[in-house]
Design a protein around this ligand. Sequence first.
Ligand SMILES: [Zn+2]
Length: 344
Amino acid sequence: MYDLLKRLSDAHGISGYEGNVRAIVRQELSSYGDVRVDVPGNLIVTKKGTTPSIMLAAHIDEIGLAVKHIDDNGFLKFVKVGGWFDQTLLNQRVIVHSKDPCFGVIGSKPPHVMKEDERKKPVEAKDMFVDVGASSADEVSDMGIEIGTAISIDQNLVRLAGDRVTGKALDNRAGAALLIEVMKRIGDIKPTVHAVFTTQEEVGLKGARTAAFGLDPDVAIAIDTCIAGDHPGITKDESAMEVGKGAAITVMDAGGRGVITHPKVLAWLRETAKKNKIAHQLDVSDGGTTDATAISLTREGIPSGVISVTTRYLHSPVEVLSLKDMGSCADLIAHAVRAAGKWF
Ligand SMILES: [Zn+2]
């Protein structure tokens, strides 16, 4: 799974500009079902069977930036697209997605010239800018950069010790890799399976909402990442999730304001994990939510749940997860899909 995850994580696709990632998914799955792209850009691969119909959703967008203003000296001011913690942006190298993508760096006022009290405060994103090396607005324009051009972090996936890897956008290219893997693995089964690679999750769970309405599935699972609580600076009562302890099955997220997993879905996933001896952990979280929330509120309500990969440093360029956990997630999703007929 490492090679596929690397291709997906290293690809660039901020919310609303997911084309590069969509192209990889299409290439991987074109012979595994009917492929179509809908209006919001969701790529939907359908493996036609009978009942039940299952929607598996993995968002393919990543958080990024977009050009808001170009100043006379060629510096780019930007808006944040998705939930950035400002401190993680400062001094990152980025890729500016003009016609010929180019490099840039995120700069700010140097600490050397800050006043004592300024230096104590973290620099806010509104005081940062992107420097592409240009000296004027005209030069920037000649480079094909304009208002609205997307910007993403330049960071490649690499291995850490053991089965751990680090990269950008593991939220949620890990989910995308899992969904590709599951579609290749399930073979001929009775249920109809819609693999939906959703857009604009990070800015309001948007693609999943319209796709769920159109597909009207009997049951849905979102595949995503969740917050690890197993490193310095966080305690087990803030997040009990651990990297390496298996697939995370969400019981509720955002303190119940996100999804409260439908009891039948929760029983289906837990029993499937137990029966097949798949390492798993239950997740109850206070913050953050997934596509399952939007799907569960579609039409008259769709029973929905979440399976996720526990990930450290979420929404940073150095997210960390375990490939073994990804294996557990793939096993759980594939077994659950095969057993779905007994439940729905
Ligand atoms: Zn996510």
